[in-house]
Ligand binder design. Structure first.
Ligand code: FMN
Length: 365
């Protein structure tokens, strides 16, 4: 049904317009309590065996929506209604910014992939913090907050920019992510170098502690394009700073192995590639991180996860949590339900009692 709808409606629309339309419907459905409950009952039936403890949080399952879909925290409850076990909002920057000129989001349908150069279009951390503060207190949705650098702020002043967003958003996050891996903000990925990353992560950690009473888990999100030695260096730094986790990975600037017409890909131009073609490198980075950190830090896998089998493979490779974005566009509203059902079946057929027992099992064999 969704595939037909995608081909008849979404495929004909500009991808960013289709995103806004779909997100509007999700929010509309979740604003009508009776409808929200019916949709959630169909799409988000939670097998208790999938309950996941990670980052000190108790989640209904391991499967979250990756950053970038809900940049301004406008639809957390609607996305939870669709079955996501947690929603990572953002990337949010200290100053509001429009992002890059449109068009800036492209589909490579033959590759089940997207290319985006959105450029952190968002309302800024003050507006997003106000919105999160206004959320109903009883909401059970688990919210990750992902922050990045304002484009006009020079690299040398990046720490202050991240700290400003942290001060505003700390109280509203179940976990916090420092994003240094988007390819669409000039210079941002230089912050992944450990001598830049150490003061940045230390400052964000201190600011989180100064602005909250409990411990807010802090993670760093890295690019798939890092050289292996740099992946190891980030892993070592994360252990040194006692970070809570690493999210691997963001989109890639690579274009290898695509089925789409090369001229079409070339015409799209710059941007981060996500979806199926990212699967193998994202998995490699995860495996490397797990080998390096030996299970001492929580790993969150993202990049090309489309099916329950993909999610299961990442869990076996060392991920405690998994996320996705691009496959949501191609799979539609039944995506979470399918992934959860598949994961339940894979867990039941495995020797493990819980998903937690399966984490890293492939690396331990
Ligand atoms: C349109 C779009 C916008 C994105 N925006 C962000 C962002 O603002 N911050 C971020 O950390 N990642 C962002 N991402 C990257 C995703 O969170 C994810 O890391 C990446 O897409 C790989 O996962 P996937 O293959 O499941 O899409 C974006 C991805 C897409 C497709």
């Amino acid at each position: 049904m969704y595939k037909l709808f995608f081909n008849l409606v979404f495929k004909r629309l500009d991808p960013e317009k289709a995103h806004h339309l779909a997100f509007f419907w999700i929010r509309l459905a979740s604003s009508i309590p009776g409808l929200r409950n019916v949709v959630a009952a169909v799409l988000a039936p939670r097998d208790p065996k999938l309950r996941t403890k990670a980052l000190g949080l108790d989640l209904p399952g391991p499967f979250g929506l990756a950053a970038g879909f809900d940049k301004n925290a406008v639809g957390i409850d609607g996305l939870t209604m669709l079955g996501f076990d947690y929603v990572e909002i953002g990337t949010v920057t200290a100053q509001a910014q429009p992002g890059n000129p449109t068009p800036r989001l492209f589909r490579l349908i033959e590759d089940r992939a997207l290319i985006n150069r959105m450029g952190f279009n968002n309302e800024g951390s003050a507006a997003v913090a106000a919105r999160l503060a206004a959320r109903p207190k009883g909401s059970k949705a688990v919210v990750g907050v992902n922050i990045g650098k304002t484009k006009v702020v020079p690299e040398a002043e990046a720490v202050g920019d991240y700290v400003t967003s942290t001060e505003r958003l700390a109280r509203h996050a179940d976990y916090f992510v420092v994003n240094v891996s988007s390819p669409n903000t000039p210079g941002l990925r230089n912050l992944q170098a450990v001598d830049q990353l150490r003061p940045l992560l230390s400052a964000v950690r201190e600011t989180l502690d100064a602005n909250t009473t409990g411990h807010i888990p802090l993670l760093v999100k890295i690019a798939p394009d890092l050289a292996d030695a740099d992946v190891d260096a980030v892993a070592d730094l994360a252990l040194e700073l006692q970070l809570d986790g690493i999210i691997a990975t963001n989109t890639t600037i690579g274009r290898e192995g695509l089925r789409s017409d090369a001229a079409k890909v070339e015409a799209v131009g710059a941007g981060g590639l996500s979806g199926a073609p990212l699967k193998s490198r994202a998995n490699e980075v995860l495996e490397r991180l797990y080998a390096r950190t030996e299970g001492r830090i929580t790993l969150v896998a993202v990049g090309g996860i489309e099916t329950a089998e993909d999610a299961w493979q990442r869990i076996l490779a060392g991920a405690s949590l998994v996320q996705g974005y691009s496959a949501f566009i191609y799979e539609g509203p039944f995506w979470c339900r399918r992934v959860h059902k598949g994961l339940s079946a894979l867990l039941a057929a495995s020797p493990y009692a819980t998903l937690g027992d399966a984490v890293g099992a492939a690396a331990r064999r």
